[in-house]
Design a protein around this ligand. Sequence first.
Ligand SMILES: Nc1nc2c(c(=O)[nH]1)N[C@H]1C(S)=C(S)[C@@H](COP(=O)(O)O)O[C@H]1N2
Ligand SMILES: [Mo]
Length: 288
Amino acid sequence: MMVTNKNYYLNRRNFLKLGAGAMVSSEAIANEILKLKDLEPSNNEYAYNYVNFYEFSTDKRLCVKLAQESKLNEEKINIEISGLCENPITLTDISQFKEVNRIYKLRCVEAWSMNLPWSGFELRELINLAKPKKEAKFIKFTSIFNPDIFPDQKGYGVIDYPYVEGLRLDEAMHPLTILATKLYNEPLKAQNGAPIRLVVPWKYGFKYIKSIAKIEFTDIQPISSWEKYNPNEYGFYANVNPNVPHPRWSQSSHRVLGSFFKEDTEIFNGYGDLVSFLYNDLDLTKNF
Ligand SMILES: Nc1nc2c(c(=O)[nH]1)N[C@H]1C(S)=C(S)[C@@H](COP(=O)(O)O)O[C@H]1N2
Ligand SMILES: [Mo]
């Protein structure tokens, strides 16, 4: 069965209040987001075995084996939150945040997708706790750096480590953006970014930074690992966009893992009704 994204529709008027930052917990948005649950999760064999985690390996299956045998399994949540905020903290206890369960479509830049049932909490809860200063415009995320855990961090890696990602503060405050600690109702497996990782469903999968160790509020746009690796191929925004091809392949359609069929790729991965207001002033062709 092919899953479509037509399961939700947004009351735009109520949502725009969110854009203005006034009503962050609008009931209308909460209801729309709850409807996302109508998406049917892919068979979990894909999420568990078809994995991108370069710190272990570029080979999708080998990195699963290496992750399962690694010391990453012993890591507890420990995120240093710093930079331009009033309340820098080390986050170890997430019980203070409301647990949310979200089934989202993940669209990888490599042109495949799967539907994943995440549990975690909205990133904006953590941001509100940290109290960003006025000058803070971006959030920079950094993965764990530990060569005893990650073989590709010994010597020269395939990409520069630690893995870094970033969001604009308003993207990070969006209620669709979550930090996930569980997948398929189980604590994140090592290969999926234990103990805690980012999920931003309207962006390509490489934004979903795994095994987060650090979160910083900044006034300048962070340079993400893939952007640094090749800025012509991987931009900062990484919004799913069928109209902007990757220099080496089309992004107009993708393979749905577990299905024989290809599916047309939708702008913002089908979440445009909920997020397009964030980009009214942006040329999406230049800011890909
Ligand atoms: N630290 C880190 N995070 C990462 C990656 C990585 O190599 N290292 N790969 C990214 C890519 S390209 C994708 S598609 C998703 C894949 O997440 P999954 O393997 O849990 O499905 O994680 C992203 N997060
Ligand atoms: Mo990816």
